[in-house]
Ligand binder design. Structure first.
Ligand code: FES
Ligand SMILES: [Fe+2]
Length: 526
């Protein structure tokens, strides 16, 4: 693969030996490993994220592997000269961009939620200290509404999902055709986990000595029960958590006294009225343990500020620093326009270059999709999306360019991130057991479907040493997630090594993170 760095204009080209050759605009060149280490040559410094992008694992068949790898001999001779540098790209606000849409734009994209957010920095121990983790368990995870699974994962009576949060384990169970309940997944005899994994059961029988509960949580059978005259079945019902549903998701709350889910969601369902998530199916679900605190991971997906440094290849087609950030009650939203160039660039990309950047086209490959004469990249992308949604989404033709081209990333406190419109992404981040230095990140793709509801994708767990491209169901984004993940363990390491006491947030571009920490402080009573 061969790409020009949108900032330095250096040419990055993968070699057959796995190294990446980088040649700067001044003609100096160097060879690098894909993780950023220098190998040889006069040029000794290069962008590790672009090295990883150009030289890292490619996906079979998709856009990312559209070009054959050039031979080592051809690396520099054909490199085109960098384009001249016209004036800096003028920055349209997102609302001004909406005015150029070829379709009427829904009101939800015009809504803006502005609140005074006092948090501008937070102490580093929030990400590293076991004591802070324990406080989160006690006052957050055992008190807050959280997404446990999809309703479609447990369609039949007896179907269940094991939902783990820190050291707690819940069995989210369909107990009747129209009823879902959640029980603590622990045997009341000597404490074995009742169920080890998702599945279907007629009753809940502990594998250790065989104590058995009915699906409604009542104690049904104790082997040799005469030995337990002191056990009153009424007092040995499985303890229960609250359950609520929205958008095809099942939420749980471990605190039986919390107000119902609706009060936690607030206005969020109104935002999704036009994009009903219940009419979607789980097309992919990939989970991976990461070597960082859950908030470190989550916060990397709550802003577009990192795109310039972490995903530089996207800059010709992403309006990163022009993103719009809003907050409402327990949720926030970022909107990042695609197919519009980054205001950070010092040149104006062509419409074709904008589209190519999103499709990760190598400089020496044919375009995957051409922008027709007289059309913009944005219109081209939206037109393609309207066609692909035909038959699966009512009124697909009336969807605005914005809904089909842009990124709308919502966050419902504390850890649930459904994307708006017809982007399929949903993220969830959780602490891993009692370790503040590890977490679980999940990427779920929710897609509209035609005809009868398809079976939802099972969870695909990646090993600690497997990168996201080992989940080809994620497509092109697997390589983008690799770029994000490249930072996360190093952030956690840096936070432990830090001599300063606070992490500091941007006023606008880190609005969602500032909002999150305000809610976290309230929840924890800080
Ligand atoms: S621990 Fe469950 S039956 Fe003994
Ligand atoms: Fe990212």
């Amino acid at each position: 693969m061969k790409l020009r760095h949108p900032f330095s204009r250096a040419l990055y080209e993968s070699q057959e030996n796995g190294l990446v050759r980088v040649e700067g605009p001044d003609g100096r060149a160097g060879l690098f490993h894909q993780d950023g280490r220098w190998h040889s040559g006069e040029l000794r410094d290069a962008d590790p994220h672009l090295l990883g992008w150009v030289g890292g694992p490619q996906l079979g068949g998709g856009a990312a592997s559209a070009s054959p790898r050039p031979s080592a001999a051809s690396t520099t001779a054909a490199a085109p000269a960098p384009p001249p540098t016209p004036a800096r790209v003028p920055a349209l606000t997102y609302q001004e961009l909406l005015d150029t849409d070829t379709r009427p734009v829904p009101k939800v994209l015009r809504w803006q939620g502005r609140e005074e957010l006092p948090v501008l920095r937070v102490p580093i121990e929030r990400y590293t200290a076991r004591a802070f983790h324990d406080l989160e368990v006690e006052k957050l995870w055992r008190k807050v509404w959280q997404m446990a699974c999809r309703e479609e994962e447990i369609p039949e009576v007896g179907d269940h999902v094991v939902y783990e949060i820190a050291e707690d384990s819940l069995l989210v169970l369909r107990t009747a055709p129209g009823e879902i309940r959640a029980f603590h997944n622990v045997c009341l005899h000597r404490g074995r986990l009742l169920r080890d994994c998702d599945g279907r059961a007629d009753e809940l029988r502990c594998p250790f000595h065989g104590w058995t509960w009915a699906l409604d949580g009542s104690l049904k059978r104790i082997p040799a029960s005469e030995d337990f005259p002191h056990v009153d079945p009424e007092r040995f019902r499985l303890p229960e958590a609250q359950v609520g549903t929205w958008g095809g998701f099942v939420f749980v709350n471990l605190d039986p006294d919390r107000a119902p889910l609706a009060s936690h969601l607030g206005e969020l369902p109104r935002h999704f009225e036009r994009w009903p998530l219940e009419h979607r199916t789980k097309e992919a679900h990939v989970a991976k343990r990461l070597p960082c605190n859950w908030k470190v991971a989550q916060e990397a997906f709550m802003e577009a500020y990192h795109v310039g440094a972490t995903h530089p290849q996207l800059l010709p087609g992403i309006g990163d620093t022009n993103s719009q950030y809003d907050v409402w009650g327990n949720f926030s939203r970022a909107i990042t326009a695609n197919m519009t160039p980054s205001p950070l660039l010092s040149f104006q990309p062509s419409e074709q270059e904008m589209l190519d950047s999103l499709l990760s086209r190598s400089l020496d490959a044919e375009p995957m999709l051409r922008v027709p004469d007289g059309m913009t990249a944005r219109q081209t992308l939206a037109m393609g999306a309207r066609v692909s949604l035909q038959g699966a989404v009512a009124g697909a033709n009336e969807l605005s360019d914005a809904e089909l081209a842009d990124s709308f990333y919502y966050t419902l406190f504390p850890n649930f991130h459904p994307w708006g419109a017809y982007n399929r992404i949903v993220y969830r981040f959780r602490p891993y057991r009692s370790d503040p230095d590890r977490c679980i990140m999940e990427v779920i793709y929710l897609a509209p479907f035609r005809g009868p509801r398809p079976k939802p994708a099972p969870v695909h767990w990646l090993g600690d040493d497997e990168d996201w491209t080992k989940a080809p169901e994620l497509g092109f984004l697997a390589r983008v997630f690799n770029q994000d993940t490249f930072n996360l363990g190093r952030v956690q390491r840096g936070l432990h090594a830090a001599r300063h006491r606070y992490v500091t947030f941007a006023r606008t571009q880190e609005t969602k993170i500032r909002h999150f920490h305000g809610l976290l402080e309230r929840q924890l009573g800080l």
